[in-house]
Design a binder for this molecule. Structure first.
Ligand code: ACO
Length: 311
């Protein structure tokens, strides 16, 4: 790579300029972005499945309409993100193939099952809350199309977070059985939510370079800490207990000290051994196969249109 081009690129990144699709960029920067953006897109799409599980069983028409809108938003986020990745020279087919063959990752969080309606509350509150914590800084990521996609995504994620927290408020102030369901959902979703931020900084192979390129604006541990600090008072407001005996306010650092994530579980889920991993991938592959006729019809339509235009 031409050192002068590299130097100019690094100066632009250091000046907080956006890098755009036709600009020169180092190959490793391009590869990192394709990896992160495509994995992010896959997470949005696979993330529709655990909540989709409750669409037919939402407890009222209002809850059903809200959940349906939310799940559709996630599909939209996936599509923006695939488009952002495509500006880097990869194709939708390549990305989907990488997901279906197990080469590309998607967030560990979507490999856990949604057992009760309270899980839908906990997902909106905790999972979308963690997503916002991670994605608000990405509005200032150095790659323009990714940063711009994050603006709308974050607005919609805040709505998702509120719909989840509203469900939690209703459950936590409901019957003793409902409150117990809310507590059980918190117990099961707390630690997997902390895992969404990725390995600890010392074990994160990509963080240092991604911070230098300003692809990431905060480290995994910084975001995890912020998430804990914001979320614990929300649990207190609900009258629920965060399932961490080591959680304690640390006045000196102005934040909570908290227990260690079970990293063995994290890496097992990353390897594809999560409780619902097989089911998720089967659902995605089936959707792709079942949708083949739509793709074929769209291509045939486009070919006819082009032939008519040429005639
Ligand atoms: N689930 C699955 N894989 C993970 C997770 C996780 N929670 N955390 C880290 N990993 C993977 C990384 O993708 C990386 O693997 P790879 O090199 O094969 O890609 C490996 O573990 C090491 O992690 P890091 O060095 O920390 O990787 P990275 O710098 O990419 O940081 C992070 C991971 C924080 C997830 C980053 O990619 C990111 O911010 N992505 C954008 C946000 C996103 O994808 N959110 C998805 C969930 S939110 C939602 O969709 C609603």
């Amino acid at each position: 790579e031409d050192p002068a081009l590299l130097e100019a690129f690094e100066a632009r990144v250091a000046a907080d300029e956006f890098i755009e699709p036709k600009d020169w960029m180092p190959e490793a920067y391009r590869r990192t972005l394709v990896r992160q953006i495509s994995q992010h897109a896959h997470s949005e799409i696979v993330g529709m499945l655990p909540e989709g599980n409750w669409l037919t069983r939402a407890p009222s028409l209002r809850r059903k309409a809200v959940l349906l809108a939310k799940v559709q938003d996630e599909g939209g986020h996936g599509l923006y993100l695939y488009c952002a990745a495509e500006t880097l020279g990869t194709s939708r087919e390549q990305m989907i193939e990488a997901l279906h063959s197990g080469k590309a990752k998607y967030s560990t969080i979507f490999n856990y099952p949604t057992l009760t309606w309270a899980d839908i509350g906990a997902i909106g509150w905790l999972v979308d809350g963690a997503a916002i914590m991670n994605q608000v800084p990405l509005q200032r990521t150095s790659y323009g199309p990714y940063a711009r996609a994050m603006v709308r995504v974050c607005k919609e994620e805040s709505f998702h977070q509120r719909q989840g927290y509203e469900i939690m408020i209703a459950m936590a102030n409901g019957t003793p059985e409902q409150k117990a369901m809310a507590q059980d959902a918190l117990n099961r979703w707390w630690w997997p939510s902390l895992m969404m931020f990725g390995p600890s900084d010392e074990n994160s192979p990509n963080t240092a370079q991604s911070m230098r390129w300003r692809i990431k604006r905060d480290t995994n541990d910084e975001l995890r800490q912020k998430f804990v600090d914001i979320t614990v008072p929300q649990a207190e407001f609900l009258g629920l207990t965060v399932p961490d005996p080591d959680l304690v306010w640390n006045e000196a650092k102005g934040g909570y000290d908290f227990g260690e994530v079970d990293w063995e579980e994290f890496y097992a889920v990353v390897r594809g051994e999560g409780p619902a991993a097989k089911e998720r991938m089967e659902a995605r592959r089936k959707a792709w196969d079942d949708g083949a006729w739509v793709r074929e019809a769209a291509l045939a339509h486009e070919a006819k249109r082009a032939a008519r235009a040429a005639a």
